[in-house]
Design a binder for this molecule. Structure first.
Ligand SMILES: C[S@@+](CC[C@H](N)C(=O)[O-])C[C@H]1O[C@@H](n2cnc3c(N)ncnc32)[C@H](O)[C@@H]1O
Length: 282
């Protein structure tokens, strides 16, 4: 394992790649992607295997165009939402405004009980819940139900419509799939980004967390055949990342990982040489 001396700081992710507040949203990693994602990544398939709020897939769509980009997540709520962002942003914004006009604590709890995985109606409800979840901490329980409480104080936020339309336009050719990560194990000649739910972390936010064994097996299967970038909180050896990876440190100044923690650390590991000319001195 090559431990690089480089540490990246991540301060804010409120940029053009930021779609919704989401635990683990990587929009703030754009400067890291600028340096570590090679210029020719767009000449083959790019797969965001644990897509979440899509920050990496959106980033790549802006940088390389979206024809080669695949967003994947095993949560049907996220997949339906991304499809609506791509295919019906104006209708989605209309649904959001309808919720916004009625928003209060009681209404939030009512919406939380409704279906959020089906079509525009589901996506509109999910967007409303996501924008109003307590300190931006979307949470799903083990049966896939959204269970975050409502944010306190301020009213229902306005949507940044221009940003939503820009994102929608940029991802217009992006493929969106709803598959378990293991099903990508036979991928060849792609650029794959893995940002799994943080393993060995007791803060459950997603519908499921892979076992370290299944994740390690997957990483071993894809590593020889693809360029791979992995984001994680654990030390690489603890989750079975092979020796051939170079490891970069990341300091998150404003963490969305823990309720009480304002600083947290992650790693980014890659199994290829980054482009020299993009990599600024660290
Ligand atoms: C850390 S989040 C990814 C955050 C994302 N990079 C972003 O910028 O928003 C991990 C994602 O993995 C998804 N996930 C959990 N288990 C999965 C599985 N077995 N296969 C595919 N995706 C999974 C979760 O639904 C969650 O959206």
């Amino acid at each position: 394992m090559q431990h690089t001396t480089k540490t990246y700081d991540v301060r804010s992710g409120r940029n053009q790649y930021h779609l919704i507040p989401y635990i683990g949203n990587k929009s703030g990693f754009a400067h890291i992607f600028d340096e570590l994602v090679p210029d020719d990544a767009g000449s083959g398939d790019i797969i965001d295997v644990f897509g979440g709020s899509g920050a990496f897939a959106i980033y790549c769509s802006f940088r390389f165009g979206s024809r080669q980009v695949t967003y994947n997540d095993n949560n049907p709520v996220m997949v339906n939402f991304m499809e609506c962002v791509r295919d019906g942003p104006s209708d989605l914004m209309e649904r959001y405004e309808e919720h916004r006009a009625r928003s209060d604590n009681k209404y939030f709890l009512e919406v939380r009980k409704s279906d959020i995985s089906g079509g525009l109606e589901g996506a509109g409800r999910f967007l409303y819940l996501a924008k109003n979840a307590f300190s931006g901490k979307i949470r799903f329980n083990g049966s896939g139900r959204f269970n975050a409480p409502m944010r306190k104080g301020a009213g229902c936020p306005k949507l940044d419509k221009e940003r939503l339309l820009d994102i929608s336009h940029s991802i217009r050719h992006m493929k969106i799939t709803n598959r378990p990560f293991e099903s990508w194990g036979r991928t060849r000649n792609a650029f794959m980004y893995l940002d799994p739910p943080y393993m060995n972390n007791t803060n459950a936010h997603y519908n499921m967390v892979p076992s370290t064994e299944s994740f390690a097996k997957f990483v071993h299967a894809i590593t020889p055949h693809n360029r791979v970038m992995i984001s994680e909180q654990n030390e690489p050896a603890d989750i079975g990342i092979p020796e051939c990876y170079a490891v970069y440190r990341v300091r998150l100044r404003r963490s969305l990982q823990y309720v009480t923690q304002s600083d947290s650390r992650e790693i980014v590991a890659i199994n290829y040489e980054p482009d020299g000319h993009r990599a600024a001195a660290g």
